[in-house]
Design a protein around this ligand. Structure first.
Ligand code: NAP
Length: 245
């Protein structure tokens, strides 16, 4: 029987690329989105037209009850759940920490930290019961090394790394693997505010002298959920062209 994966924030960017990658490898995919309904439907149409199986589900993963319903809907849709990819996230504009407002801080941590905790907490009972499951969280290279004018984002993404490591220890004996992927500069709408000069400077700063594509991250995520990665857990994997080593 096909395996199934729930990917949060799969309407565009890295999440959408992950949905397409899993589907190409025979997985059934739940495509979660918040606001981009048309884009989520387009991802699902592409998968279903190619003979795969995808279901769009709207939910705000920063809200506990919505995250719980999202997981329950995913389990019901495909008769179980084998993997959860916590990809949904937001970033703030670059700014000094002293300019970050209370609301900005709270909304960032809601999306990027609560938005990992709630779906994971909802999915764990299923994974524990079946004594298997894969969780992949998406952090950032800034969560590994910290970025100037990205203090709040770095702190939130650092929390995701610590969450991943601790959870891997806690649920390893239940046959559940938990890993974290830290993208570098990936060309998605999240970086849409950067000028072509900024992007060129970032490219030149990158040892491989190229910027990342959503597919680069997506393939790593899918690998971590595959049987080939059966002995990998609690790891933090950079997909960043060598920007952070
Ligand atoms: P993106 O293109 O901006 O897409 C973000 C996705 O997250 C969208 O599908 C969005 O849904 C969803 N989302 C946001 N808040 C949500 C919520 N509360 N509930 C449900 N879905 C929500 O971003 P991306 O570049 O693909 O980034 C994906 C992940 O990689 C994020 O965690 C980001 O922090 C991380 N990352 C990205 C980069 C990069 O360079 N792009 C680098 C490092 C880390 P809707 O559009 O439907 O609202």
């Amino acid at each position: 029987m096909s395996k199934s994966v729930l990917i949060t924030g799969a309407s565009r960017g890295i999440g959408a690329a992950a949905a397409l990658s899993f589907a190409r490898h025979g997985w059934q995919v739940v495509v979660n989105y918040l606001r981009s309904e048309e884009q989520a439907l387009a991802v699902c149409r592409q998968i279903n037209a190619a003979g795969g199986s995808a279901l769009p589900v709207q939910a705000d993963v920063s809200r506990p009850e919505q995250a719980k319903t999202l997981v329950e809907t995913s389990v019901a849709a495909f008769g179980g759940l084998d993997a959860l990819v916590c990809n949904a996230g937001i970033a703030l504009p670059q700014m000094l920490l002293t300019d970050v407002t209370d609301d900005q801080w709270r909304s960032l941590f809601a999306a990027d930290v609560d938005g990992v905790f709630y779906p994971v907490r909802a999915a764990l009972p299923y994974f524990v019961r079946q004594k298997s499951g894969n969780i992949v969280t998406i952090s950032s290279m800034w969560g590994q090394v910290g970025g100037s004018c990205e203090v709040a984002y770095s702190a939130a993404k650092g929390a995701v790394i610590a969450f991943t490591k601790a959870l891997a220890k806690e649920v390893g004996p239940s046959g559940i693997r938990v890993n974290c992927v830290c993208p570098g500069v990936i060309q998605t709408e999240m970086n849409g505010h950067l000028s072509s000069e900024d992007l060129e400077a970032l490219r030149l700063e990158t040892p491989l002298e190229t910027l990342g594509r959503p597919e680069d991250v997506a393939e790593t995520v899918r690998f971590l959920c595959s049987e080939e990665a059966r002995f990998i857990t609690g790891q933090v994997i950079g997909v960043n062209g060598g920007m952070v080593i």
